[in-house]
Design a protein around this ligand. Structure first.
Ligand code: PAF
Length: 280
């Protein structure tokens, strides 16, 4: 696996390739990331991953400084997964000057859910992904694989690609889960052993919410409130548990039935904020 730290090094490494497939990450890789890399492999003539902890997408009180950086293990794991080129820019390589040009996604999509609780998050994500696409996929384009675990992020990126006519095909990867059903996430590493046992309750609550939505009569807000209260009673601090349309993440209309919906949730367990979703 070739490692490029600077944009010129990366461009040299990719010069003879016409269709990279790309998996952007912030490192601290787990099986979920590696599954995306394996999924990307047949989709291009060279498989590229990036590791860059993007300051722009963290709020001042969030975990930018403490975000786990596990360089050696990440490199070994990417090699095993079949990554050909790793782009790992230092901050000064990707942002040699303050990034004053930014991508502002449509607030109708980006200011709800995650964007409501993490203002500016999707500006930071869209800006870095646009820049990574420019570095990795360039003018001739390629394919990029994003996990469905970050459901709203995937949707924001799809809209960005469509609105800017980027020559990038976005492919969704299914969420990888631990045997008990917990969605794999770099932030799971923050959980104490007791919290780790409890953490699966978020995905269970989302499945139960989806089930109740399909079968029960109470109005939708009551089902969502009940799901939040159930988690609260177990010691969580939920930000949201909600059912939305997959197409635009807006609350479903009467005619939007199962097959077109997704239950999304974010909640804090101790000091760790987890997100998950369940399509139904
Ligand atoms: O999902 C992530 O890890 C990050 O948001 C991404 C897409 C790598 C941008 O920093």
């Amino acid at each position: 696996m070739l490692i490029a730290h600077t944009i010129p090094e990366l461009r040299d490494a990719l010069a003879s390739h016409r269709h990279p497939s790309f998996v952007p990450t912030m490192g601290n890789l787990h099986e979920g990331h590696l599954a995306l890399v394996r999924q990307a492999r047949p989709l291009g003539d060279v498989t590229v991953a990036s590791i860059f902890v993007n300051r722009l997408q963290f709020l001042p009180h969030e975990d930018f400084d403490s975000y786990p950086r596990t360089w050696d293990a990440d490199c070994a794991a990417l090699r095993t997964a079949g990554c050909d080129v790793l782009f790992a820019p230092r901050e000064a390589d990707l942002y040699p000057e303050p990034q004053t040009f930014k991508v502002h996604p449509d607030p109708a999509l980006a200011d709800m859910l995650e964007g409501h609780f993490r203002p500016g998050f999707f500006v930071g994500v869209s800006t870095v992904v646009m820049k990574l696409f420019a570095c990795v996929l360039g003018a001739s384009g390629g394919t990029a694989v994003f996990g469905k675990k970050d459901y709203q992020q995937l949707m924001v990126i799809r809209h960005m690609v469509q609105q800017f006519a980027l020559p990038v095909q976005i492919v969704a990867g299914e969420t990888s889960r631990a045997p008990d059903g917990l969605a794999l996430s770099s932030r799971n590493g923050y959980l104490s052993p007791e919290e780790r046992q409890e953490a699966v309750a978020l995905s269970q609550a989302l499945r139960q919410l989806a089930q109740a939505w399909c079968t029960a009569t109470p109005p939708a807000p009551a089902l969502e409130a009940h799901a939040m209260q159930t988690l609260q009673a177990r010691g969580w601090q939920p930000d949201y548990l909600t059912v939305r349309r997959r197409s635009d993440l807006l609350p479903p209309a009467a005619h939007d039935g199962p097959g077109s919906l997704v239950a999304l949730g974010a909640a804090r367990l101790g000091s760790t904020r987890l997100i998950d979703n369940h399509e139904f």
